[in-house]
Design a protein around this ligand. Structure first.
Ligand SMILES: NC(=O)NC(NC(N)=O)C(=O)[O-]
Length: 347
């Protein structure tokens, strides 16, 4: 099973195959995504096309022969032609800090104006640093200076396991980059959870969708994304099932814990909402990832659902869970899944 990047339908990115059961880096969430709270804080130049487009969800669009006052319109970040030495750069705050496993520099649609070279640096700064503070920070090179080609996705694996909060994309000497994707594992600042119940299924808290039955129309990762889905494609949508079975996904929680409240939101699924859903838990504190044959126990027995509705269910069990399986009957999808609970004490 592979997971699509969020906000499908999208074409599959070319990625490396899964290794040792670990996720393919290109399938991990894009920590920089604008809809995950990322921002392109500053850029050396954005004369032709705005920097914020670098981290927009979805594939870049292009319509030839569309000219505005700046020139041809591009869906990406494009700097002016340099007439002096130097290079262009853009500083990106990750929406979700974490360990970066791979970076995609996508020059889609930039043909006569792509940068011949790029490299990427990263840094970790606590709090809410200003651009001046970031500029003065110590940056680590995570992608060495590498050649680029026009109108192509370039995937760079990132070794090491450090947590980062910001990245800096450098291009030499100038040109256009449609998208920058920063794939990795979310590592939240757990001190900010204080002692409050949290959404243990939230991507921003470090949860991850690790498996699903089907992701035909849009990614199951969407169900644990921040905020509300604006439309069907910003949730998870499966194909119509014709085999009498049911669809499901598995969430590895942000931390082991007891879930007190489950929110199953069929937002935007009007004519394709599941008829019913159930939640099952597993406790894998001993290690490993529970598979189909794991000991899954009931958290919420099969319950009828309404279309386009946020359902909230109190859960009464006291068992600690590390993984939750959402079963939907027979198919359809889900806009959002929230699992509020209290993390179990360490050990
Ligand atoms: N946005 C632009 O017009 N860019 C440039 N030109 C074309 N036609 O794309 C360029 O780099 O000079």
């Amino acid at each position: 099973m592979t997971l699509r990047p969020p906000h499908g339908p999208v074409r599959d990115p070319a990625g490396t195959p899964a290794r040792n059961g670990s996720a393919d880096p290109a399938r991990l969430p894009d920590l920089a995504l604008r809809s995950y709270g990322g921002s392109v804080l500053a850029a050396s130049d954005e004369s032709f096309a705005e920097r914020q487009a670098l981290i927009r969800p979805g594939r870049p669009a292009f319509q030839p022969g569309t000219f505005g006052p700046r020139g041809q319109v591009y869906d990406g970040w494009e700097t002016r032609r340099r007439r002096d030495p130097g290079h262009d750069w853009a500083i990106v705050r990750l929406g979700m800090p974490g360990v970066i496993r791979g970076v995609v520099v996508d020059t889609a649609w930039f043909t006569g104006n792509y940068p011949p070279h790029a490299w990427v640096e990263a840094c970790e700064m606590a709090g809410h640093p200003s651009v001046a503070e970031l500029t003065a920070a110590a940056w680590t090179e995570i992608v060495p200076k590498s050649p680029l080609t026009g109108d192509s996705e370039h995937f760079f694996a990132v070794p090491g396991g450090r947590r980062y909060t910001h990245v800096r994309l450098n291009i030499h000497p100038d040109g256009g980059v449609a998208r920058l994707r920063v794939h990795g594992e979310v590592v939240p600042d757990r001190a900010l959870w204080a002692d409050m119940p949290v959404d243990l299924a939230a991507l921003e808290n470090g949860a991850l969708v690790t498996a699903c039955s089907d992701e035909f129309y849009s990614s199951p990762l969407n169900v644990i994304a921040p905020g509300l889905p604006r439309h069907q494609a910003e949730g998870w949508e499966t194909a119509r099932r014709r085999d009498g079975g049911h669809d499901w996904l598995v969430v590895r929680l942000a931390a082991p814990g007891v879930i007190r409240l489950a929110e199953l939101d069929t937002a935007n699924l009007v004519y394709n909402a599941p008829g019913a859903a159930a939640l099952h838990g597993a406790d894998a504190r001993g290690g490993g990832t529970p598979g189909e044959d794991a000991e899954w126990f009931d958290l919420l027995s099969r319950t009828a659902l309404q279309p386009d509705t946020r359902h909230r269910f109190r859960l009464t069990g006291e068992r600690v869970v590390t993984h939750v399986r959402l079963a939907i009957h027979p198919d359809g999808g889900m806009g959002r899944l929230r699992l509020y609970g209290t993390p179990a004490p360490p050990g």
